[in-house]
Design a protein around this ligand. Structure first.
Ligand code: SF4
Ligand code: SF4
Length: 341
């Protein structure tokens, strides 16, 4: 199944409507985390550490659907934790796609083949499979041997069954660029809709702080990967890829990706959870964004994550005809920072 044109058209119309009503900040992607528990313990994962006291909490289906409605964004990224561990993940996904919102379900794919029996293929659903490199590199990144084999088997099986599939790769310090390029080429060849890529966020609570890449080094690595001129289909917007290369600067617009967890909406963003609120509108307040973003909070200095900057690239295109043309020409207006994990 190919990328639905309806997604780009609906997203464009949605942004236009919000701009016309002069809404200053509004959501593009609801990041929904129905549980924070995972069946892996990746070295660079902040979630399973930050939410350790509430790893047993599971959001009800009704609660998930209500959060999606409250936010109102046309795209929903389901993450966690590992969403396939939720006993009613099929009801959550099917309940959202029934409303014609576009769902991206992020998964490590260990249980994906089992879940596919309960969730039919749909143009409104795309699986986003976490893959950080070829076999040795990926298994090292997720701290368990054999995961690459299961994840790649699940990708091929999903593609054969007619599901939309993308991959999501987090780049850490010391990454083997050739290995990542090989993996990108492999999954592009299999027919995934695209590969998403982003540098890992520097979580303070991760014991191995050497893992994280600075903005300066990330730019060198991404330039090498993106300029390799191989047959790779990237899912990120071309403007965000320019940002990763260091050829564009954006201020973060993470308010466009409100994140709902088992404790409520994270403030300010998917990465920083200084407080949780029960009202999504709190996330759009001026005083919040006077305190966060590059230059406002030292924890934002090295951040280049798609949840903060991919949507910024889309908003920039709204005010620059040249950027808009690049976005339309390269056919990638629909990814607004949907990857997680
Ligand atoms: S990064 Fe994703 S797969 Fe890894 S432990 Fe965290 S939630 Fe699980
Ligand atoms: S730059 Fe934006 S997305 Fe990144 S940590 Fe800061 S507020 Fe969050």
């Amino acid at each position: 199944m190919a990328r639905p044109m309806e997604l780009a058209a609906r997203l464009g119309w949605y942004i236009f409507k919000n701009k016309v009503t002069r809404r200053r900040r509004f959501p593009l992607v609801t990041m929904l985390e129905p549980l924070e528990k995972c069946n892996l313990a990746c070295e660079g994962c902040g979630r399973i550490r930050e939410y350790e006291p509430v790893l047993d909490r599971v959001m009800s289906v009704e609660h998930c659907l209500a959060a999606v409605e409250e936010s109102g964004a046309p795209i929903v990224s389901i993450a966690g934790g590992e969403p396939t561990l939720h006993p009613q993940i099929d009801e959550i996904v099917n309940g959202i796609t029934d409303t014609k919102k576009f769902v991206y379900m992020c998964t490590n794919a260990l249980l994906l083949e089992r879940v596919m029996n309960r969730i039919p293929p749909s143009k409104y659903l795309c699986f986003v499979v976490h893959l950080d490199g070829m076999e040795e590199a990926h298994d090292k990144s997720v701290y368990r041997k054999g995961v690459f084999k299961i994840a790649t088997r699940a990708i091929r099986s999903a593609l054969e069954k007619g599901y939309r599939v993308t991959t999501n790769t987090t780049v850490f310090n010391g990454v083997d660029e050739d290995d990542i390029i090989e993996m990108f080429e492999m999954v592009t060849d299999w027919g995934v809709e695209g590969v998403m890529v982003s540098p890992g966020y520097h979580f303070d609570m991760i014991p191995n702080q050497e893992l994280f890449i600075s903005r300066q080094n990330a730019r060198k690595v991404f330039k090498n990967i993106l300029d390799a001129r191989r047959k790779i289909r990237f899912y990120n917007t071309p403007l965000y890829l320019d940002f990763l290369r260091g050829e564009q600067e954006y201020q973060c617009t993470a308010w466009s990706n409100p994140t709902y967890t088992v404790m409520g909406w994270r403030e300010p963003c998917y990465l920083l959870g200084d407080r949780h609120t029960q009202d999504v509108n709190d996330l759009y307040a001026d005083d919040v964004w006077e305190r966060y973003g590059v230059g406002n909070d030292p924890r934002c200095a090295n951040c280049m994550m798609h949840c903060g900057f991919e949507s910024a690239s889309i908003f920039s295109a709204m005010s620059s005809p040249r950027a808009a043309i690049k976005l339309i020409k390269e056919g990638a207006v629909q990814n607004s920072g949907v990857g997680a994990g």
